[in-house]
Design a protein around this ligand. Sequence first.
Ligand code: SF4
Ligand code: SF4
Length: 431
Amino acid sequence: MLNSKKNLFTIKYAFQILLLVFSILLISEGLWGSAFAPKNLTTLFVWVHYRGLLVFLILLLGNFFCMSCPFIFVRNCLRVFISPKKLWPKKLQNKWAGIFFFTAVLFCYEYFHLWSQPAMTAYLIIAYFVVAIIIDLTFKKAAFCKYLCPIGQFNFLSSTISPKTVAAKNLSVCDSCTTIECLKGVVVENKIIKRGCETHLLMPKKIGNLDCTFCMDCVEACPYDNIALKSVTPTEELWSDHHRSGVGTLSKRPDILFLIIVFTFGALLNAFSMVAPAYELQSFFTDVFNIKSQFILLLIVFIIFLIAAPLIIIPKKQKQLIPSLLPLGFSIWLAHYSFHLLTGIFTFIPLLTKISIPTQYMGMPVRLVTPIQYGFLILGFAGSIIVTFMMNESKRIRFRWISAHLIILLAAIWIMSLPMEMRGTFIGLAP
Ligand code: SF4
Ligand code: SF4
């Protein structure tokens, strides 16, 4: 069903419009609904359901959330009237700004307690729309998606483990194609008739899902109907360090390698922030160094997780193996978000219907969710081991990387084994 061109476009536009309407409802609920987070659908849907569904959808089908992006829908509508004139600056054509925004969102989530702030969550959605639209009405192509969007960076990395990719149906057709509309689009008298790939991916040389927003513009542009959604072996694109169109060679992209590290250790950090030792660690710094500023304390925790821990755990020199962190990193996000989603999946029903449901029926019991979380972590670890073995390195290098994966796995299991805050739901308020 997904392979039909017509169905793909129906899904894309239907979901973009649906998410746009949903975003507007979330903004109004966040601004004018209850200020008490467990009674507000904005905090509940954004921080519990949206994130959980995002990781499950990527795992099962690929980057359908970027495909359904409401910001890009609005941008494309406005681009009918306003054509961007500038090119994104060459110096910024990398992931450093994306890493900054990704880390900033993680930091703000903790610092401002966003899960408990409906109005702030609404302003975050508004800010997202405003920034995405301003950037993409100023600069050509998809500068916001490729270089800035923190959700996009998360989705690009996560979808390296998904079983679907946009790919050429028949590479020999591409061999004889001289016009490469999949990349350049169709432009007549300076007017874009069909968009090419706005994240600069040339289909015959595209490898995997990195930087692919699943926008399907290439599918529409290819005059030979030679592009489709294909099934692939999850993590396959990480088994080699080949040059990728629009991305380059991963081992020569320090920005992407650092993004992978922040993605993996950020997953640990995000989960760690919800268990008791996070508060004990901050109390330790307050007691020993008399640091009272919450901002500084949080900054210290971020530095420990995103800089010190990777420096200690990740083997130096074999940076071509850094992408092998991705399956494990993704599994930590999956284990964490699935905890919130599964334990609180029906928490929105009392808010929408005013029918009260006993707390124990609002989601799965923790004792059943915990083994599922461990299962995800073990699968992620297995994925990282497979990538490490496929990279064709010496036994000594493999051993060092497998040890690093094992340390991260054990840290994740330890965090998931601790009682976790159920932020933003009624369940979190239960005794
Ligand atoms: S995907 Fe289509 S447009 Fe792109 S190179 Fe192949 S045949 Fe040409
Ligand atoms: S146009 Fe580019 S980003 Fe969009 S689906 Fe095709 S390859 Fe992916």
